[in-house]
Design a protein around this ligand. Structure first.
Ligand code: ISE
Length: 336
């Protein structure tokens, strides 16, 4: 701990928030947790337990305004993000906000506008796959055009089980939102339309039924995403890029392999926290460095807005069974 440390306030002490509290305390250098704000006092207290110098508060806006807070992490549910983001932008302090930026494109655009009015990027969206070593390798390969131009992406996104209350719309808003962002980032291309089909002959509202989401990009790349959030066997995120001169795949579960009792095998991670632990750590470390300089280093509020617009089209495609186009507002100059 030093006087130069970035003093971080964390909003939201649920599953992700408490994970991030430990992360900041144990694995991020140059940053320290000073406050956790959650309306549930017990949860806030549990999140700061064993973290010297960190206090629990029940008023999240109070944390954003506290004089000993230099930057904030928002890990509360999406519907409460907008006022928190606007308060941080108003105060001029950097924010790392878990996805979604906000639950719809109109409110996301208000955040973009507030930031553009201040003239500085302060809001980073927690699209952690941008920090995953394998996804970074794929991005470098595509950026260098080593395999020629990308033509298709095949993606699979599987969760062992979905939490209670997970709806079919959440397949898009909560899960495929990552593929929307990953596609834009990997290809450096904008998304133009989304179509959605469901496995089975009869349309069902059961979120456990797999769906196939097709994304079109401005340069004509086609992306298919299998979203299956009740696959039972574990967590899996894959992406295969098909290019003019070859293919490249990430997410192939290439960890340690054992050979014993006439079998060989490895482990499938249980959920996104262990699978993307290194990515979350790198994301937080790089954000902390950038925030000490007053900025961000990752997906911007504009990227959060673009993902929200794609989600809206995705939900429309789910509900109508028709291809839905994505339209974006004019991009303010600070995001060029
Ligand atoms: C969850 O909210 C996440 O963000 C995970 O990365 C994703 O895999 C999961 O499907 C979502 O529910």
């Amino acid at each position: 701990m030093s006087d130069q440390d970035l003093r971080v306030g964390l909003i939201g002490a649920g599953m992700m928030g408490s994970d991030h509290a430990r992360r900041i305390h144990e694995r991020v250098s140059g940053a320290r947790l000073v406050a956790v704000g959650d309306p549930d006092a017990d949860r806030a207290r549990a999140a700061v337990e064993g973290i010297p110098g960190a206090r629990a508060e029940t008023d999240p806006i109070g944390v954003i305004g506290a004089s000993d807070v230099d930057a904030v992490v928002i890990a509360s549910p999406g519907p409460v993000h907008e006022p928190l983001l606007l308060a941080a932008v108003e105060r001029g302090i950097p924010v790392l906000c878990e996805k979604p930026l906000t639950p719809d494109s109109k409110s996301s655009l208000r955040v973009v506008q507030a930031e553009a009015d201040r003239g500085r990027k302060l809001v980073q969206v927690g699209f952690m796959r941008r920090f995953d070593p394998e996804f970074l390798d794929l991005k470098a390969l595509l950026d260098d055009s080593e395999l020629g131009e990308p033509l298709l992406l095949h993606c699979a996104h599987r969760n062992a089980a979905h939490p209670p209350g997970f709806t079919t719309n959440m397949l898009i808003n909560d899960s495929v939102v990552h593929e929307f962002d990953t596609t834009r980032w990997l290809l450096g291309d904008e998304l133009t339309a989304v179509s959605v089909r469901q496995q089975g002959l009869v349309r069902s509202d059961d979120a456990g039924i797999p769906q196939i989401v097709t994304i079109e990009t401005a340069r004509g790349v086609l992306v298919d995403v299998e979203i299956f959030v009740h696959c039972r066997f574990g967590y899996q995120v894959r992406c295969e890029a098909v290019c003019e001169h070859g293919t490249a795949t990430v997410g192939g579960d290439t960890g340690m392999r054992t050979h014993t009792a006439g079998r060989w095998g490895g482990q499938v991670t249980a959920d996104f926290r262990p699978r993307f632990r290194a990515a979350f750590d790198a994301e937080f470390q790089r954000w902390a460095h950038a925030a000490r300089e007053g900025g961000i280093d990752g997906a911007s509020a504009w990227d959060g807005y673009a993902a929200a617009a794609a989600c809206e089209a995705g939900v429309q495609a789910q509900e109508t069974g028709q291809r839905a186009e994505i339209s974006l507002a004019a991009r303010p100059g600070i995001y060029d």
